[in-house]
Design a protein around this ligand. Sequence first.
Ligand code: GLU
Length: 488
Amino acid sequence: MTEHVRVRFAPSPTGHLHIGGARTAVYNWAFARRHGGTFVLRIEDTDPERSTEENTQAILRAMEWLGLDHDEGPDVGGPYGPYRQTERAHLYADALERLKERGSVYPCFCTPEELERKREEARARGGFAGYDRTCRLIPQEEAQRRIESGEPHTWRLKVPLERGDVVFDDLVRGEMRFPISAIDDLIVVRSDGTPTYNFAVAVDDATMRITHVIRGDDHISNTPKQILIYEALGLEPPEFAHLSMIWGPDGKRLSKRHGATSVEAYREMGYLPVALLNYLALLGWSLDGETTVIDRDTLVANFSLERVSRNPAIFDAEKLEWLNGVYIRQMSAEEFVERMVPVLVEAGLLRAEEVAARREWLLALAPLVSERIKRLDEIVAMVRFLFEDVAIDDRAREAVLAKPGAATALAAAREALSGVASWDAPSIEAALRPLPERLGMKPKAVFQALRVAVTGTTVSPPLFESLELLGRERSLARIEAAQPLAAE
Ligand code: GLU
């Protein structure tokens, strides 16, 4: 690739960044970085009713969280700004002037009612449902006179009927062909002077010098229209790459029915940005057909549109969760503490000012937790017993403490633990290991009773380490408190 690659991600701020949009952003970003190009963020906020600044900010935050840095955009500026469509009215006006000069557009005076009537007639005939091109035949002087008299009008593209099919070589899907006869004389500027969607996008991509348009294939029917606008402006269209849809496991387009769909929801559920980036990168692109864990640098070094699949990608929430667990387990204790502390503070288990003093303790806790969770939002339930007294959960009581021998096990454990000289996991283990044999009980029965007494549940980090972290006094007090609840 000799030209300087310029790609863009162009979200409409009508909602938060969702999985499909994020994947489009990842591919644009990776393509730009792979080719030493420029990644532009453009906000398509022309729908005034549904676009909000709050959504724009949420999209920016989600991209930053994922590590998708852009080189030009509304927040960082750049040489081809502004980067919000609502601020680009003058550029659409200039482009319309150019189309007028080139004789590529004509004013259309048909009223909405007339257009509706024509559409209905066309439907009844079963013919071409587009505009019947009545106003294309109005002589220029007459049109000019009607405009000057203030008659409301839109501007339509004069589709070159003699041109032949619109063909482009999609970088993912191969040759795409659209018969010119099926393309409407589309409106480029409405009667209120605002540009239509396709006009704004084509003008923006042209004026922002975009070389590759990488977007969802729900836009594929817009592409021939945008190509005709480029041609009408006398410009060379960019390359196009249309990404297949993302489906839920049931083969239907991914939607809220399938669970969380926004990037923000995944952040809140305790996903790591690297894990989500990794997952999205492989949702329709593959390194070699096998690799499932791939870091940012490998992605950037290898991304290519040739390896993007034409088939719909299936969103597999379990695989994403598994991948998140892989990344959590890869973290060092220091890294995990960084992640764990805000979660604990937020849950009210730890105060920010205690963190420094408890650092060693937190570092010891980190691996016990990180090896057992797939999402950061599982931390709180797993460690709550270390921070506050927890009631023993009913199921654990029934299943474990109600078993004969539980009280004997707890009494013996308490006695053995009172004699432990140095309160650390190996010494605790050495004191407790001989108990089952001595009591003639199964190890599981003894240790589960102890686990329930101390943690309140049957699932917790490893027992001996948990006792160490809980401390001698609290451990012994909890065993004592549980004894009356246990069966003899
Ligand atoms: N704003 C459009 C969307 O959010 C994207 C348009 C494009 O990429 O050309 O679907």
